[in-house]
Design a protein around this ligand. Structure first.
Ligand SMILES: [Zn+2]
Length: 291
């Protein structure tokens, strides 16, 4: 499953190729991908929309679109009028991928959505496991949308402060590892980066969140940002929309504890251990991450 750093790279890769393009037509080949909306309505709404930007909220990729406005280019947001500013919100979930294909490239298996662009290329969403989500929304509704409204502040944003983290931890009797995976409390850490951040901060994954000291909270806050920033930096250039890519493969060599059960700790040589917490694997060094 792609984690936040990979999604950030997909956003950047998309931004490079689709911003400024117009969607001339769309084809939804897997109806459940777009929720309640019919493929016909979807196409009518998105057809002739110009792609003005690509951004991200949590692991939702947000493709911002602007429909041409019949009233002389003014955005009509007033009640009762058609909203021209749309967002295509996409969650890759397990296996979702975007491809950017030429007109004569063969459409691969599991291509569930095809966007025909005004440069004769196609933006394709393929998803082998079919867990991906795609929703076309008026931009004004985006932040009230289920799955987005509940998300904690962005890890690199101004709202994610040490005080914020301290507040969240203080109110939880869960273990740190479990809490860090809850995207409504702390955004951005999946199983890999939660393990890495705790290891780097020298904190046991089994610590009860409310019991983490103030200095350790500050340290954890710094490591959350560092580990995510580090991951973003190390996958630079590795995502090519023409070929797809394999999530995580580009920087496995930088993981210090994740997936290293039985290997010596990079700090102290103690064997890395693994257990299961909340159905997910937890990796830790029993010496560097004492309770
Ligand atoms: Zn160690």
């Amino acid at each position: 499953m792609p984690e936040l750093p990979e999604v950030e790279h997909v956003v950047r890769a998309l931004r490079r190729v689709v911003v400024g393009r117009t969607i001339v037509a769309s084809e939804i080949r897997l109806r459940k991908l777009i929720g309640e909306m019919s493929p016909t309505t979807f196409d009518r709404k998105i057809r002739n929309a110009a792609i003005t930007g690509v951004s991200r909220r949590g692991k939702f990729i947000l493709i911002e679109c602007q429909k041409p406005d019949r009233q002389g280019g003014q955005r009509s947001r007033a009640k009762g009028r058609v909203e021209t500013h749309l967002v295509l919100a996409v969650h890759l979930r397990m296996t979702g991928k975007f491809l950017y294909l030429a007109a004569d490239d063969e459409l691969p298996k599991h291509s569930h959505a095809v966007f025909y662009l005004d440069n004769d290329r196609r933006l394709v969403f393929r998803d082998q496991r079919q867990f991906g989500i795609m929703r076309l929304l008026p931009a004004s509704k985006l932040h009230q949308t289920k799955g987005i409204v509940e998300l904690a502040p962005e890890p690199f944003g101004d709202e994610f402060t040490i005080d914020y983290l301290r507040d969240v931890l203080k109110r939880s009797e869960r273990t740190l590892k479990t809490l860090l995976l809850d995207q409504t409390k702390v955004l951005g850490l999946g199983n890999i980066y939660a393990a890495e951040a705790l290891f780097r901060a020298g904190i046991s994954p089994f610590t009860i969140a409310a019991k983490l000291s103030k200095p350790k909270t500050a340290r954890l806050h710094g490591e959350i940002r560092d580990v995510l920033g580090f991951a973003v930096d190390h996958i630079r250039g590795s995502i090519k929309l023409e070929q797809g890519f394999s999530y995580g493969a580009a920087f496995e060599s930088f993981w210090q504890v994740y997936d290293r059960e039985g290997e010596p700790c990079v700090n102290c040589g103690t064997k890395i251990r693994r257990t299961t917490q909340g159905g997910r694997s937890t990796y830790w060094c029993p010496k560097c991450q004492r309770k």
